[in-house]
Design a protein around this ligand. Structure first.
Ligand SMILES: Nc1ncnc2c1ncn2[C@@H]1O[C@H](COP(=O)(O)OP(=O)(O)O)[C@@H](O)[C@H]1O
Ligand SMILES: [Mg+2]
Length: 245
């Protein structure tokens, strides 16, 4: 599956119209993400990271350019889908993980995961429950399945949010600062969960973060500065040992 383009952005620009005038949040972004990549995009606050993800998952309209996603055997021009088509397509194709977890507080953990399955009608109700338990097991939180989100920690809630993102078995996950609200040890564990999903489950992950210290841990990492994607600098993440004795 390596080196198969799964997400392609061609000359993507996004300009927000505000009372103070037009604001270019993304400028001419070209990007190809291959299947099974764990791509990191780092940049300061306001660089356009969330906007970039919203262009990829079709949550927001681009101003110029094209976004293609090749998944489930078809090539979709995301920018040409209607709002209804986009919502349906996103539910099947892309799991989304946010900084603030965004679990539904009145639903138990397992119900948070069965809900997107039931909405997509991909699985029968009993199947969706079994599948939700498997996903909770995958992220090592199954023992808390019947608790409400308020009764578990932030790191645990993020595990549940990742399981929810996987509910309809999307090939692609996009994650917006998923470790941003977590202490560094917990953040590390969440990072490991993502890495395993790439290595063991063949997922493609696009994660944006302002945390530059994560740079070397992605399979590839790009930098966004004021809405522009910087040219890639090839760095050997694991420097060879010196030959000197
Ligand atoms: N809906 C909006 N309307 C106007 N400006 C926006 C809107 N969303 C984001 N912006 C502006 O676009 C820039 C990029 O925002 P964002 O993509 O959220 O950056 P990041 O996620 O890197 O912090 C920021 O300057 C932000 O203020
Ligand atoms: Mg953001």
């Amino acid at each position: 599956m390596a080196n198969i383009p799964i997400v392609e952005l061609k000359n993507v620009s996004k300009t927000y119209s505000t009372a103070a005038g037009d604001f270019p949040a993304l400028r001419n972004v070209n990007l190809t993400v291959n299947s099974c990549e764990f791509l990191g995009v780092v940049g300061k606050s306001g660089a356009g990271k969330s906007t970039l993800l919203n262009m990829i998952n079709g949550v927001d309209e681009l101003t110029n350019g094209e976004v293609f996603v090749n998944s489930n055997g078809s090539r979709i021009s995301v920018h040409n889908l209607s709002e209804d088509e986009k919502a349906l397509w996103r539910g099947k194709t892309m799991g989304v993980v946010y900084q603030s977890f965004q679990l539904l507080p009145m639903l138990t953990l397992i119900e948070n995961i069965t809900l997107p399955m039931d909405l997509a009608e991909n699985f029968k109700p009993r199947e969706s429950r079994e599948r939700a338990m498997e996903l909770l097991h995958l992220v090592e939180i199954d023992e808390h399945a019947d608790k409400l989100p308020a009764f578990i920690s932030g790191g645990q809630q993020q595990r549940v949010a990742i399981a929810r993102a996987l509910a309809n078995d999307p090939e692609i996950l996009v994650a917006d600062e998923p470790t941003g609200s977590l202490d560094s040890v917990t953040a590390d564990h969440i990072f490991d969960v993502f890495s395993r999903l790439v290595d063991e489950r063949g997922k493609t992950i696009i994660m944006v973060t302002h945390d530059m210290s994560l740079k070397s841990r992605f399979t590839r990492c790009l930098t966004l500065v004021d809405g522009e994607l910087q040219d890639e600098v090839k760095v050997d993440a694991k420097p060879k040992r010196s030959r000197k004795q």
